[in-house]
Structures are given as structure tokens and as C-alpha cells.
Design a protein around this ligand. Structure first.
Ligand code: CO8
Length: 259
């Protein structure tokens, strides 16, 4: 399948998942979701992709799922499609590498949920985030009820989802919905710089950290600590830790370059 609206651009160890449907404010149609799944899968599989940036361009991140398309869908249409719809965003969340969302302009509804699937979020000073689904008589369905609540806590998440109100970058930073606010012109370059730091990083250690945090948060503390012990022991079987520890002994801290 040739992708029309989502592409993976790879340079210097970083893959940028670029949403590009400007006429509809990057609205996430069924086609966009299918293409997003392909891009996430490619980013997961390619060894030359060590970290990922998700970006919608300078004007808008994504104004949500395609309301015009959804308006024509029946209950059974959605029932047939919902797993795939949520699955595209879940595939982004499961990319076993550091992922940053670079948010310029609006990240609303499914667009905000896509940003929530990243590990961290950098936002422009003029960014606007929100979950306005309730204003359409629906609810977030691409992970928003769960990922937003885990990120900012249930009260703030319910406030945002009950009201559907738009959150500017300053408030988003204050509640932990985004991690860094920078001038609009710098969002992509800052996100790229963050991702590039992992191009020579320890891929299996990074993967294990992401796994431990994400899966650990889904379970009780004893099971999560057990998981941590298993992953901790597991990295002793990797070349990463051989390279990392030998480099420390030979050259001091922070100098290792991983394969
Ligand atoms: N879907 C389809 N088209 C859109 C969308 C959208 N979400 N957002 C904007 N557009 C289109 C507009 O219709 C318009 O098209 P046209 O030029 O053909 O009329 C064009 O983009 C430009 O938009 P505006 O003229 O409205 O631009 P403004 O700058 O005035 O406003 C806003 C920008 C504030 C972003 C406004 O367009 C807006 O409020 N958009 C809708 C936001 C929204 O409600 N998003 C949530 C959608 S629901 C959702 O995401 C559900 C997720 C659940 C996923 C389920 C998976 C299982």
C-alpha cells in the first residue's frame, strides 16, 4: 500500500512519523489510521530507526479523528472497525524505542490520543490540546480515557474529558500533559535533538526501560518489581551492557557508543 497521508522519514538513526493531510487539519481518517499502523510497524522493525518523532508539520498536529467520516458510520460499522482504529495508536505506544510527539497547533481528540501514545511530548507555545469528543456526543476511543488518566491523574483527566475544553500549552505543561514548551519554530528540531541522543544509545536497555515502565504501571507493585528484576537480569545477556561497562572502565562514564 502506498501511503498518502503518513510517512516514515529516516535520517541519522531517527524515524519521523509525519502526518500530512493539511487540507483537513491532519484529521485521522480510516486511511490515515491504516497508514499510521504501517508507519509504526516499520519504525518498530527497522534497525536503523533507534528513536521516533511524531510530527504533523508546522501548523497542526492533528485535529482528531475524521468527524465527517465518522458521522456516516453506524454502530456496526464502528464495531467492525474499532479494534483496528485503536490498534493503530496502540501500535505507536508499543514501538519499543523512545518516542517523542512534537506538537504544533491543535492536538485534539484522536490527535491528543496519538500524542499520549508517545513517551514524552514537546509542545509549541501556541499548541492547543484537548479531548473534545463529549461535545460530539462520543468519548475518546484511541486510549484517551486510559492514557490521559494515567498521565495527569483521574480528576484532571475527567475535567478535560467531561468539559471537552481546550488546554493551552502553559496549562498542559503545569498538569503534566506535555513535558516541554518551546517556541513554535523549534518544536520539531528540539524533538529531533532529543530523539537523536538515542541514535547511539543502548537499544536493548532503552527497550527494557520502556517495557518495565509501561507494563509495570499496568500491574501491582510486587508483579512490577518482579518484572523489573527479570528485565534487569535480562540485560546482562546483551551486548549493550558489555559495551557499556567496558567503555566505563576504559573511558569513564557516558562515552559508550552502542551498535
Ligand atoms: N475531522 C474532519 N475534518 C476536520 C476536523 C476533524 N476532526 N478538524 C478540522 N477539520 C476540517 C474542517 O472541517 C475544515 O474543512 P473545510 O475547509 O473543508 O471546511 C478544515 O479542517 C479546517 O478546519 P476549520 O475551518 O474548522 O479551522 P479552524 O481553525 O476554524 O478550527 C479546529 C480548527 C478548532 C481544530 C476545529 O476544526 C475543530 O474543532 N475541529 C474538530 C475537533 C474535534 O472535535 N476533534 C475530535 C474529533 S472526535 C475524535 O477524535 C474521536 C477519537 C476517537 C478515536 C476512536 C478510535 C477507536
Amino acid at each position: 500500500m502506498t501511503s498518502e497521508f503518513v510517512r516514515l522519514e529516516v535520517a541519522d538513526g531517527v524515524g519521523t512519523i509525519r502526518l500530512d493531510r493539511p487540507k483537513a487539519m491532519n484529521a485521522i481518517s480510516v486511511q490515515v489510521q491504516d497508514e499510521l499502523l504501517l508507519a509504526a510497524t516499520e519504525a518498530t522493525e527497522r534497525d536503523d530507526v533507534r528513536a521516533v518523532v511524531i510530527w504533523g508539520g508546522e501548523r497542526v498536529f492533528a485535529a482528531g479523528n475524521d468527524v465527517k467520516e465518522m458521522a456516516a458510520m453506524s454502530y456496526t460499522d464502528m464495531l467492525d472497525r474499532v479494534d483496528a482504529l485503536q490498534g493503530a495508536v496502540n501500535a505507536v505506544a508499543r514501538i519499543p524505542k523512545p518516542v517523542v510527539a512534537a506538537v504544533n497547533g491543535y492536538a485534539l481528540g484522536g490527535g491528543c490520543e496519538l500524542a499520549l501514545a508517545a513517551d514524552v511530548r514537546f509542545a509549541a507555545e501556541n499548541a492547543v490540546l484537548g479531548q473534545p469528543e463529549v461535545l460530539l456526543g462520543i468519548i475518546p476511543g484511541a486510549g484517551g480515557t486510559q492514557r490521559l488518566s494515567r498521565l495527569v491523574g483521574p480528576s484532571k483527566a475527567k475535567d478535560l474529558m467531561f468539559t471537552g475544553r481546550f488546554v493551552k500549552s502553559e496549562e498542559a505543561l503545569a498538569i503534566g500533559l506535555v513535558d516541554r514548551v518551546v517556541p513554535a519554530d523549534d518544536v520539531y528540531s528540539e524533538a529531533l535533538a532529543w530523539a537523536t541522543t538515542f541514535a547511539g544509545g543502548a537499544p536493548y536497555a532503552l527497550r527494557a526501560i520502556k517495557d518495565a515502565v509501561d507494563r509495570g504501571l499496568e500491574t501491582d507493585i510486587e508483579a512490577a518489581l518482579h518484572l523489573e528484576r527479570q528485565l534487569f537480569t535480562g540485560v546482562f545477556g546483551t551486548e549493550d551492557r558489555v559495551i557499556g561497562m567496558q567503555s566505563f572502565i576504559d573511558n569513564g562514564p557516558g562515552k559508550a557508543v552502542f551498535e
